[in-house]
Design a protein around this ligand. Structure first.
Ligand code: ATP
Length: 353
């Protein structure tokens, strides 16, 4: 299996270096024969190729089996005509990675104000309120006059159906409970369609319990009782916001791993951004990317019927649990190690497992 590895911006180089070593170590240990191919995107690519991403890179990614994308300085990339394309959006759209799966769970040794919980947010990834991806050409945010602006939100039955199916399939492997998060009381047509799709898909999963929450009330419910949730399905922007909250409630955004998956391709990516405030200080938590890598290995294992890949993902998850229990972690989750040392000890743990 060939995996393209792109370090990205901000804390990306530090955390992706650790993640790459982890993948190499697991590959050696379980004979996965992973081929990790380094590539660049974001600021590095803008300097070298005058574009944050290039069609050549996309071709390489399509030719590979998976992609690990580091955090991108999305906020810096404002003008596509100057090559400043949001790489995250580019891959999600070009590879039709419609499902963004963002798990969040507490660990006994990580201080948090929450009751223990274990949930996953399943976020639609290709349309919604995202001006850079919901129109065929151009941008769906419009400045009508200097003082009037419009932002369009696209919701299609096709995208609702497929994200709902992803959520119900995932719920079948978890606690068989799907919560639909929406704002259909106000966005009657668009979120009405989303709800309709979810309930239609639900008919194929009679074992799954379904409930629904209005997105604003959901913020209170998830802070008050996160343990009552299992699989949460929602549209793009609500999922983006909600999943940062759930990651932080679990202890730190630095634990937030995610997988962006479509029918043909998948991309592991931390749920957080490039964290410029802590870049280059050797304090960023690499576990978000390591979890994302584990999710990618699991996806590859399922897709290509390779049980050893699924085993590799389980090994990474187990070692992460043990590392956290042993406080071999960065400071954001109560440890005292730097990024590099956290990675070094994690690798020794995998080798010894
Ligand atoms: P961007 O503009 O790229 O989204 P940001 O700083 O606005 O960057 P995040 O990168 O998501 O947004 O970071 C939000 C907060 O979470 C920051 O205070 C950051 O330091 C912290 N954070 C994010 N990722 C990690 C990590 N891996 N380890 C520790 N702290 C993190």
């Amino acid at each position: 299996m060939k995996i393209i590895v792109i370090p990205g911006d901000g804390i990306g180089p530090e955390t992706m270096a650790v993640c790459t070593h982890v993948l190499e170590t697991v590959s050696d240990k379980l004979n996965l024969q992973l081929q990790l191919v380094p590539e660049i995107a974001g600021h590095d690519s803008l300097k070298k190729h005058q574009a944050t991403v290039t069609p050549e890179l996309l071709a390489k990614v399509k030719d590979a089996d998976g992609l690990m994308l580091g955090p991108m300085a999305t906020y810096d990339f404002k003008d596509e005509s100057k090559g400043e394309i949001n790489p995250s959006k580019y891959f999600r759209k070009q590879l039709d990675l419609y499902a963004n799966i963002r798990p969040a769970k507490t660990f006994p040794k990580i201080p948090t104000r929450m009751n223990p919980f274990d949930l996953a947010v399943v976020r639609e990834n290709t349309e919604g309120f995202y001006a850079d991806r919901n129109v065929e050409s151009g941008n769906s945010e419009i400045l009508v006059t200097p003082d009037v602006s419009i932002s369009l939100r696209r919701i299609t039955r096709h995208c609702c159906d497929r994200i709902a199916k992803t959520a119900f399939e995932l719920a079948m492997t978890r606690k068989k409970h799907v919560s639909i998060v929406h704002k259909a009381n106000v966005l009657r047509v668009t979120d009405g369609m989303f709800m309709d799709s979810c309930y239609n898909v639900a008919k194929n999963y009679p074992e799954v319990t379904v409930d629904e929450f209005i997105v604003d009330a959901m913020m209170a419910h998830v802070v008050r009782n996160p343990e009552r949730f299992d699989t949460i399905v929602t549209t793009n922007m609500f999922g983006d916001i909600l999943s940062d909250l759930t990651a932080e409630l679990s202890g730190s955004l630095g634990l937030g791993g995610s997988l962006n998956a479509g029918d043909l391709y998948a991309m592991g990516q931390a749920a957080h951004g490039s964290a410029p405030d802590i870049a280059g200080q050797d304090i960023a938590n690499p576990f978000s990317l390591i979890t994302s890598a584990s999710m990618l290995l699991n996806w590859l294992g399922q897709r290509h019927q390779l049980p050893i890949y699924i085993q590799a993902a389980k090994l990474i998850d187990l070692c992460m649990q043990q590392a956290i229990d042993a406080k071999e972690t960065t400071i954001d989750i109560g440890g005292s190690l730097g990024t590099f040392q956290t990675g070094k000890q994690f690798i020794q743990r995998i080798q010894a497992a």
